[in-house]
Design a protein around this ligand. Structure first.
Ligand code: GLN
Ligand code: ZN
Length: 753
């Protein structure tokens, strides 16, 4: 019978988000929060009831990596005074006196996990109570549960070792992990645990540094043999193929293997080897991370090919990864173009697709499945030939030959810019957005519902921009921003103004914690009918004598944060977007905007997990960024922003992007990140974030002075800008005002301003 590797937990109407935020704001109590969670789990299990199992422990109040760290008792020293939910949310979000754990992207998705900190000094006192409670809940409701757990190797590889030798720390974590499994084993005599090991899909050449030793084959074999003795063990890899590690897993006593046949087509090479064992294979063939209806006939062909080698009794259909990365259900989309909507499938519908494919795969076309099968076939046929998709002029422009380099070298450009823009060392700025207040949201929603006129809306936005400008001038920031009040989202805002995009009303997917994003859907050729940001930027610039930074989202980020059509190559779609941004940059510079920031927050998300595929991605992603920015004149300063805390692997590409200034996430990682820039001899300017905007905590002047000192140990002040880690839209004004004031004050201690 078919399975899935987890279901989205946020809820049909983002109930979990609302409950969490209510709880954090002390508007609801813990019991109320738990009740919402219970109801959600129940509803989600009901959707999964015809699968072989319902997934348990795919639910989380914040993040599954954090859950596992919590369950294993991997609690950083600074959180020791806290317990229960206060401890849990403290690790995720920070407390008054403890900085939150780092957060980073989950492989090449837009989901962020909390990075566990492992120390040899930790007690690793396990706590299985949350998992046990959920398991019992599912059983009491009459479902057949399987537990979803992040595998030990993936957990360890993604954690940060803060103290101790990796081998020793691993040993401790491993013992705790085993203890946890022993607790779970007691729940049921034939308990099933699905261990997610996406790290196995990264290949064995993945740079694991000191950790390499842990990945020695004997360790993997031995650990999964041990686990298999305790529980019915399924190991699932996803986002790529895992051929090398599959071979190892096949030698162990695990019961089943889940492989991704969507993003890891090469998994097909493992089929003969799997055939020689008695293992169950879960064919991850329904894409867990997009919104398109599957081409079920092609999928069936692949399944049948597999079935030539492996008996069907050992084969089951599954999602390519957890459905966490898909929105809930397309049932909520009542406004979308009916034809375009018919091409789509979200999590609820994907469960149906999985069941349908399983049924046709096992029983052939029958009375029970024929109608749905035909329907799916017809819809896909219509999509292929729909006139909504193809635009000749867009396709022709892609063939143009364009020089994608700036007209001057960086050294020459920066000299001109410093002269013209007149900023000094340690120039202060922000990343773009200011708080999205309830009033602002209300304004936008009234406008969308036609309750207020365009003029009323525009005036509301202008008032906000005025306030932002006044505040920034007051505290003495050097380069100003307009605050992005007109954008509810940095990608959606652009998508809404381009052709080839559609928008859902409710297709939310989790980004981190309670934060969700509603990715635009790129269904056809992309173009820009008219300027998208020009008027707002010009208005903001008209309010001040200081320099107003124009704010755009880069083509790679727009691509990576959208649901992209699956009928042409991603690089082609990206290039279409790059042309639109190029035109926008040109309009801005001609409109008097001297600094333009092209955010590439999601540049890294598109990186292939496997080394062998990286070059190709880098080449076209870089080309697209440069296609957009090379239109800038030498005296137009191009900034880019990336919210990462890991640059090791992409630093050369960052350099090749040739942005005049890059702002990066840095506050949670001291100055170690900056050293990477120094090591390669990076000459362009950098704004390392000096405070963490993901936490409501207000950093003090002293703290930021210390941070700046750390930065100055690495790079000269002429090369540095000072800014927060990221945009401020998720924060409140009460947090932003003192924090930025403190930031400017901290900089004053290093300059004569
Ligand atoms: N300019 C955007 C903002 O400030 C950048 C956000 C991001 O990097 N995620 O909101
Ligand atoms: Zn950012």
């Amino acid at each position: 019978m078919a399975i899935i590797t987890g279901f989205p937990r946020i809820g049909k109407n983002r109930e979990l988000k609302k409950a969490l935020e209510g709880f954090w704001a002390k508007k609801i109590d813990e019991t109320a929060l738990h009740n919402v969670a219970k109801e959600l789990r129940k509803a989600h299990w009901e959707i999964q009831k015809n699968l072989e199992f319902v997934s348990v422990n795919d639910f989380s109040y914040y993040d599954n990596m954090l859950d596992l760290a919590y369950s294993l008792g991997a609690i950083p020293e600074r959180f020791k005074p806290y317990k229960d939910l206060e401890l849990y949310f403290g690790m995720a979000r920070g407390t008054n006196d403890a900085i939150a754990c780092e957060m980073t992207k989950w492989f090449n998705t837009n989901y962020h996990y909390v990075v566990p900190e492992l120390s040899i000094d930790d007690e690793y006192k396990i706590d299985a109570s949350w998992i046990i409670a959920q398991y019992n809940e599912a059983k009491e409701l009459g479902y057949k549960p399987k537990i979803n757990l992040i595998g030990l190797f993936t957990f360890f590889a993604l954690s940060k070792i803060v103290k101790g030798n990796p081998k020793d720390v691993f040993r401790k974590v491993k013992s705790a992990y085993f203890e946890l499994i022993e607790e779970l084993e007691k729940l049921d005599s034939n308990i099933v645990i699905e261990f997610s090991e996406p790290i196995f899909a990264c290949g064995i050449d993945k740079k694991l540094g000191d950790l390499q030793c842990i990945y020695e084959i004997p360790a993997i074999e031995c650990i999964y043999n041990h686990l298999s003795k305790k529980v019915k063990t399924i190991v699932t890899t996803f986002f790529e193929h895992s051929t090398e590690l599959t071979e190892i897993l096949l030698k162990t006593d695990i019961y089943g293997l889940g492989l991704d046949f969507v993003y890891g087509k090469k998994n097909i090479d493992s089929i003969e080897k799997i055939a020689k064992t008695n293992k169950i294979l879960y064919i991850g063939i329904i894409d867990g991370r997009n919104i398109w209806r599957s081409d079920l006939e092609t999928k069936l062909e692949i399944c049948n090919k597999i079935a030539h080698k492996i008996p069907k009794e050992r084969l089951f259909i599954s999602s390519s990864c957890s459905l966490l990365h898909s929105p809930f259900s397309k049932e909520s989309e009542v406004k979308m173009d009916k034809e375009i909507l018919s091409w789509q499938c979200y999590a609820v519908e994907k469960v149906d697709e999985i069941l349908l494919l399983e049924s046709v795969f096992k029983n052939g076309i029958t009375e029970a499945n024929e109608e749905k099968w035909e329907e799916s076939k017809n819809i896909n046929h219509h999509r292929k030939h729909s006139s909504k998709i193809h635009k000749k002029d867009v396709q022709n422009r892609l063939k143009e030959n364009i020089n994608i380099n700036r007209s001057e070298e960086f050294v020459d450009r920066i000299a001109i810019q410093k002269e013209e823009l007149g900023y000094e060392s340690l120039a202060t700025t922000t990343i773009g957005s200011f708080p999205q207040t309830p009033e602002l949201r209300a304004l936008r929603s009234k406008y969308k519902k036609n309750e207020i006129s365009k003029d009323d809306y525009d005036n509301g936005i202008k008032e906000y921009i005025k306030d932002c400008v006044r505040f920034q001038e007051e505290i003495g920031l050097d380069i100003l921003v307009h605050g992005e009040p007109e954008r509810n989202d940095m990608v959606e805002y652009f998508g809404e103004q381009m052709e080839g995009f559609v928008f859902s009303q409710n297709a939310w997917v989790q980004s981190y914690g309670s934060r969700c994003v509603k990715p635009p859907i790129i269904y056809g050729d992309v173009s820009r009918p008219k300027p998208m940001t020009l008027e707002w930027s010009k208005y903001a610039q008209s309010l001040t004598n200081k320099i107003m930074k124009g704010m755009l989202t880069g083509p790679v980020t727009i691509l990576n944060w959208s649901f992209v059509r699956d009928d042409v190559e991603r690089k082609e779609v990206c290039k279409q977007i790059a042309f639109a941004i190029r035109d926008e940059i040109n309009d801005l510079q001609n409109g008097g905007i001297k600094i333009i920031q092209v955010d590439e927050a999601a540049f890294k998300e598109g990186y292939p997990l496997r080394a062998e595929n990286i070059k190709e991605y880098e080449t076209w992603a870089l080309e697209c960024f440069k296609l957009s920015t090379s239109i800038a004149k030498p005296n137009t300063q191009i900034h880019t922003h990336m919210c990462y805390s890991e640059f090791n692997d992409i630093i050369k590409t960052i350099e090749d992007m040739d942005a005049d200034v890059i702002s990066i996430e840095c506050a949670r990682s001291g100055n170690s990140l900056l050293k990477i820039f120094k090591d390669i001899g990076y000459t362009h300017e950098i704004g390392p974030g000096v405070y963490d905007i993901h936490s409501p905590r207000i950093p003090s002047v002293d703290e930021m002075v210390e941070q700046i000192k750390l930065l100055l140990e690495v790079l000269p002040k002429e090369q540095l800008w000072i800014n927060p880690d990221c945009g401020l839209k998720t924060r409140k004004w009460e947090e932003v005002k003192p924090a930025l004031k403190n930031m400017v004050e901290a900089v004053r201690q290093f300059t004569n301003k």
